[in-house]
Ligand binder design. Structure first.
Ligand SMILES: [Zn+2]
Length: 121
């Protein structure tokens, strides 16, 4: 692996981006230091008369949607964290399954990839 610095820069940018997105729709879980929980930021301040059932349904739907997005972002966030830890430990770019080098173009496309192409999924 010749150009780790390049991937480190990419990963740090991605981490900031994912963290920003997470903070918009979630808060740090009080129980799990790596976990996030969706926060409902949208207040229903339409006045008491207009709180009809459609609106409530919308709220529920958006919370469910948020939960899905939060878990996706959380997984991404933790993958990036792991990759940055690996750079510190000198194990970055190694497949977690077989220990072989991960193809460089795979890392270009996804710097937080944890396995080589043959061990992906
Ligand atoms: Zn592998």
């Amino acid at each position: 692996m010749k150009d780790i610095k390049k991937f480190e820069v990419k990963l740090e940018q991605e981490l900031k981006l994912v963290e920003k997105e997470l903070k918009e729709i979630a808060v740090r879980s009080p129980k799990d230091p790596n976990g996030w929980v969706p926060s409902i930021t949208r207040e229903t301040d339409m006045g008491s008369d207009s709180a009809d059932s459609n609106e409530v349904a919308d709220e529920i739907e958006s919370l469910e949607e948020n939960t899905a997005i939060v878990s996706k972002l959380e997984a991404q966030y933790n993958d990036i964290k792991t990759a940055l830890d690996k750079i510190k430990n000198g194990t970055y770019g190694k497949c977690e399954v077989g220990g072989e080098d991960i193809q460089e173009d795979r890392l270009e496309a996804n710097p937080s990839a944890r396995t080589c192409i043959s061990h992906a999924g």
